[in-house]
Design a binder for this molecule. Structure first.
Ligand code: FE2
Length: 324
């Protein structure tokens, strides 16, 4: 089965083509806000719509697939920025109705999880999902009738990616913020900053305020190192607690921040004494992308069938533990 997946929850327009479990194409086009600015929803949505045709043509050319060969259409229905979500929803609904093919609206967070466990061949992992807006510890439920996923722990204020972005904006770094913080951190030394873990939940607001204030008395490199080490340690502690509670033998880190090498190194160390297998997919599948939407589209179509075209609309606040 060939599925076309369209992603547009935030700054990335992604077009992915997946045949079964094989990724045929994964085109990404990024909206970049001006230095010092966050995402402007209208500007991001306009940009996604503008480059959509070219990105789709490129994905089809690279995969050798024609629009008529596609068996299933999927799009990121939420969570995300409303105006951006409308782009993938409209495009997928148009293509599905024109070619009379089934359509599935998928949860963006679930898509990160599905492509990771699929490509890493892990059956029942503990997921550490770390992106700009979301930071959660998640497990997939086996029993039917309840939610498909449970969130065991999560951020009480902001996502890990947003923590780095806001810090980088305050410190007047260039774009992309997260990678700039990671680069500078490699040259820095650690000093203590506020650390907040409550059971399997964690918080970053106090850490952010202190890290920004500490820039007046510490170098940027040291501030970045300390910010990363502290926030990653919070995640490691909460994840280890979740690992002990669930008795899982596999751990996956996924989402945009999963591309950070130091974080993966720390999680590998956390997993070792528990003899848990640790894995993260290649960066192109951890960043927001269309292949993961196509991947999750196939999984969800097999599980619950197609969505009705009429009335299918984005849901900007769709949590992963609200999938039934
Ligand atoms: Fe994402």
């Amino acid at each position: 089965m060939i599925c076309l997946g369209i992603e547009s929850t935030a700054h990335t327009l992604g077009i992915g083509l997946v045949d079964g479990k094989r990724v045929l194409a994964n085109e990404r086009r990024l909206y970049k806000p001006k230095a010092g600015q966050g995402i402007l929803p209208r500007a991001a949505a306009d940009r996604h719509a503008e480059v959509f045709g070219e990105a789709l043509a490129s994905a089809l050319a690279k995969s050798g697939v024609s629009l008529r060969d596609i068996d299933l259409h999927s799009f990121s229905r939420g969570p995300g920025i409303g105006q951006c979500l409308r782009v993938s929803c409209c495009a997928a609904k148009f293509l599905a109705s024109k070619y009379r093919k089934p359509i599935v609206g998928v949860n963006h967070c679930q898509a990160h999880l599905e492509i990771s466990s699929g490509l890493l061949s892990m059956r029942d992992p503990l997921y550490i999902y770390v992106s700009g807006a979301n930071t959660q510890l998640i497990v997939k439920n086996k029993r039917k009738g309840g939610p498909l996923f449970s969130v065991l722990g999560e951020t009480l204020d902001m996502g890990l990616g947003n923590l780095f972005d806001v810090f980088a904006r305050e410190a007047k770094f260039g774009y992309p913020h997260g990678s700039e913080v990671a680069k500078l951190a490699e040259k820095g030394s650690y000093y203590p900053l506020p650390y907040t873990v409550k059971g399997m939940n964690f918080a970053f607001a106090g850490l952010l305020t202190s890290a920004v204030r500490s820039l007046s008395s510490h170098s940027r490199e040291d501030a970045c190192r300390s910010l990363l080490e502290t926030s990653f340690s919070e995640l490691c502690e909460a994840s280890e607690r979740a690992l002990c509670l669930t008795g899982k033998r596999e751990v996956i880190v996924c989402g945009g921040v999963a591309q950070n090498k130091r974080f993966c190194e720390m999680l590998t160390m956390m997993c070792e004494p528990h003899r848990a297998r640790f894995g993260a997919v290649a960066p192109e599948f951890n960043a927001d992308n269309g292949a993961m939407i196509a991947y999750a589209g196939i999984v969800e179509y097999a599980r619950r069938g197609a969505d009705p075209l009429r009335g299918l609309s984005p849901d900007g606040y769709w949590r992963i533990d609200q999938i039934f």
